[in-house]
Design a protein around this ligand. Structure first.
Ligand code: SF4
Ligand code: SF4
Length: 204
């Protein structure tokens, strides 16, 4: 809804359309700009840039916030090659969003073994899989588990917090409740595990 984003008396959507008119490519930065993020879950019904600029080359860099490596790497790629990097079907660079969080999570062995953390206060469970605490890692494609954040220091799961899927179009509304396995996505992940549709990973 245009009324929720007005700058200098002008709907910001118009400013974006004018700025984008001659752009060779547009980089959408962060969960809100790419797919709507938290504003999409509010009465403002915010949408991603791709929805208001049909036909334009849009490079989507979700996550909340954007990862600075993703942004600088994408700009450098464009400047050095003159084209957008290879994109997946929702416009994300495959070089950053080609594998799931679950593919590279160091708790993956615990998921495969059925060891699910239910009590953050129990030291025995400290390294167990966070699926029962709402982890969306199996349905979330991003390289956080490898690249990590803050110059490689850590990322959500390694500091004990489930992945909330901020790299996916369903973030935020589809990912709630955040810290239980009651969302439809969490139920789907658990059902897929039960049916053997999430194969065990070797050497974890
Ligand atoms: S469900 Fe989450 S915490 Fe568990 S192994 Fe997968 S990504 Fe890691
Ligand atoms: S681990 Fe998940 S919630 Fe955390 S930044 Fe990456 S995609 Fe977002």
């Amino acid at each position: 809804d245009d009324r929720f984003c007005v700058v200098g008396g002008k709907p910001f959507k118009k400013t974006i359309e004018e700025a984008a008119a001659k752009a060779a490519a547009i980089i959408a930065v962060g969960a809100c700009a790419t797919y709507g993020g938290i504003p999409a879950a509010t009465p403002s019904k915010g949408v991603g840039i791709g929805k208001i600029l049909p036909g334009k080359t849009i490079i989507n860099l979700p996550t909340c916030p954007v990862h600075h490596d993703h942004l600088s790497g994408t700009i450098l790629y464009f400047l050095t090659t003159g084209k957008a990097p290879a994109l997946d079907k929702i416009g994300r660079p495959v070089m950053y969003f080609g594998e799931s969080i679950h593919d590279n999570c160091r708790r993956r062995g615990q998921f495969d073994a059925g060891k699910f953390l239910t009590d953050w206060n129990d030291p025995k469970q400290k390294e167990w899989c966070l699926i029962q605490k709402g982890c969306k890692g199996p349905m979330t494609y991003a390289d956080c588990a490898i690249r990590r954040w803050n110059a490689g220091i850590n990322f959500c799961i390694d500091c004990g917090s489930p992945c909330q899927g901020c790299a996916e179009p369903g973030f935020y509304a589809d990912m709630t409740p955040l810290y239980t396995a009651e969302s439809e996505i969490s139920k789907k992940i658990l059902a897929m595990r039960e049916s053997g549709l999430i194969p065990k990973k070797e050497n974890t």
